[in-house]
Design a protein around this ligand. Structure first.
Ligand code: PLP
Length: 391
C-alpha cells in the first residue's frame, strides 16, 4: 500500500497518539453518563470539566463560556440562529462571499425564509475591508458572521477591527475559528466577540466533537433543547471525543510557541520552490496575513481534479479549488469571489501542512507535483484548453 503523504490538514487532521491514549479509557471502562450521580457518571462529568478548561485555555476564554456540541457546523448554525431568535424583529444578516458552507448553506436557507443577507465581497487578495462591513450594518442587522481564517486560502480576516465595529454598532458577532484555532493565537477575552465556533477534528482529535464559545455577557438561545451543558445544548455529551478535544487543545496550546513558525517555514519553502521552478504557477490571495500552514496555488493549463487522481496514485493527499458535483466541475466560490477566473480556479490546488509534516515529505511532494504538472501539461490539447479526464 502507498504510504500517505498527507498535505490536507485543513480537511481534517490525523489523531495525535497522545489524544488517542487520552480518549481510550472513555471508550472502554469509563462509559458513564456525565449526568449520572454515581461515581462512574461523576468521573465522566469531571473529565468534561477538564476538557472545558483545556479548550477554554486554547482560546483565552472562561471554561463556563465553552458549550460542547457535535461539530463546527453545529456551532455556527447555533450561533446565527441564537442571534436571530434573541431579536426576532431584526431580519438582516451580514456575512461574506467566502465563508464555509456551514454559514453559506444556513444563510441561503434563511434567505428563503425572508431574511436579507449581505454577502460582503473580498479583494483580489482575498482580504475583507472593514469599512464595507461598517457601511453594511443597519438598524435591522441581527448578526454578523465571518470567518477568522479561510479554509481554502488560509487568509485571515481582521477580527480585531471587525469586533471593534460590531461592538460600536451593538450588533452580535459570530466568528468561525474552526481553521484558526491551534494555528494562530486566539484571545477571546480580549476580543469580545459574542460567539465563536470551534471543531475538534482540525486539531488532531477525532470527528464528532465541537464547541461554541458564548461570551458570558452575550444573550443566547440553544438550538437543541435539553438539560445537558447547563441547558445550553441538549443531548448526552460525546465524552470520549470531548476528552480527546480537550487533550488536543492542551497539546495545540503547548505547540503554539514553536509549531506555527516551523510549519510556516516549511510552507514557505514549499510554495517558493513551486513558484520559482515551475512556470505558470500563481498564489491565490495574499501572502500575509495567512495561516502558517496553507498554500493555495494555481497551475496554469492543468485540471486540478486530474492532478488529484495522479497524486492519489502516489499517496499525496491535497484538495482542489473546485468540486465535482453531478458530472460537472464547479470552481470554488472562494476563488471566484476573489476574481480568479473559472479556468484558474479549476487549475488550483490547496496544500495544507500539519504538525507532523517533515522536510523529507515536502521534498517528496515537490518532486511528485513537478512531475504530475509536467505530465498533465504534456497531455494538453493543442488548442490550449485544459485536458479533460473522466472523473
Ligand atoms: N468552518 C470552517 C472554516 C471549516 O473549515 C469547517 C470544516 O471544514 C467547518 C466550519 C465545519 O466544521 P465541522 O467539520 O466540524 O462541522
Amino acid at each position: 500500500m502507498t504510504e500517505h503523504l498527507y498535505l490536507d490538514h485543513n480537511a481534517t487532521t490525523p489523531i495525535d497518539p497522545l489524544v488517542c491514549d487520552a480518549m481510550l479509557p472513555w471508550l472502554k471502562n469509563e462509559f458513564g453518563n456525565p449526568s449520572s450521580v454515581y461515581a462512574l457518571g461523576r468521573r465522566a462529568a469531571a473529565a468534561l470539566a477538564t476538557a472545558r478548561e483545556q479548550v477554554a485555555a486554547l482560546v483565552g476564554a472562561q471554561p463556563s463560556e465553552i458549550i460542547f456540541n457535535s461539530c463546527g457546523t453545529e456551532a455556527t448554525n447555533t450561533a446565527i440562529l441564537s442571534a436571530l431568535a434573541i431579536d426576532p424583529d431584526k431580519r438582516h444578516i451580514i456575512t461574506s462571499a467566502v465563508e464555509h458552507s456551514a454559514t453559506i448553506k444556513l444563510c441561503e436557507y434563511l434567505a428563503t425564509r425572508g431574511y436579507e443577507i449581505t454577502w460582503l465581497p473580498v479583494s483580489k487578495e482575498g482580504l475583507l475591508d472593514p469599512a464595507k462591513l461598517e457601511a453594511a450594518i443597519t438598524s435591522d442587522t441581527a448578526v454578523v458572521s465571518l470567518l477568522w481564517a479561510n479554509n481554502e486560502t488560509g487568509i485571515l480576516f481582521p477580527v480585531e477591527e471587525i469586533a471593534a465595529i460590531t461592538r460600536s454598532k451593538k450588533v452580535p458577532l459570530h466568528l468561525d475559528a474552526v481553521q484558526a484555532a491551534g494555528k494562530v493565537p486566539i484571545n477571546l477575552e480580549a476580543l469580545g466577540a459574542q460567539y465563536v465556533s470551534l471543531s475538534a477534528h482540525k486539531l488532531y482529535a477525532p470527528k464528532g466533537a465541537g464547541a461554541l464559545y458564548v461570551n458570558r455577557r452575550a444573550r443566547y438561545t440553544p438550538l437543541l433543547r435539553g438539560s445537558q451543558e447547563e441547558t445550553r445544548r441538549g443531548g448526552t455529551q460525546n465524552v470520549a471525543s470531548i476528552v480527546a478535544f480537550g487533550k488536543a487543545a492542551e497539546l495545540a496550546l503547548a505547540a503554539m510557541t514553536t509549531a506555527p513558525e516551523r510549519i510556516a517555514a516549511l510552507r514557505n519553502r514549499f510554495e517558493q520552490t513551486l513558484l520559482s521552478t515551475i512556470e505558470g504557477v500563481r498564489r491565490n490571495g495574499t501572502e500575509e496575513p495567512r495561516l502558517p500552514n496553507t498554500s493555495n496555488l494555481s497551475f496554469s493549463g492543468i485540471e486540478a481534479e486530474a492532478a488529484l487522481l495522479l497524486f492519489d496514485q502516489e499517496g499525496l493527499c491535497c484538495s482542489a479549488g473546485s468540486a465535482c458535483s453531478s458530472g460537472s466541475i464547479n470552481p470554488s466560490h472562494v476563488l471566484t469571489a476573489m476574481g480568479v477566473t473559472r479556468d484558474e480556479a479549476r487549475a488550483s490546488l490547496r496544500f495544507s501542512l500539519g504538525r507532523t509534516t517533515t522536510e523529507v515529505e515536502i521534498d517528496r511532494a515537490l518532486e511528485i507535483i513537478t512531475r504530475v504538472v509536467a505530465k498533465l501539461r504534456a497531455a494538453l490539447p493543442t488548442d490550449g484548453s485544459p485536458v479533460q479526464f473522466a472523473a
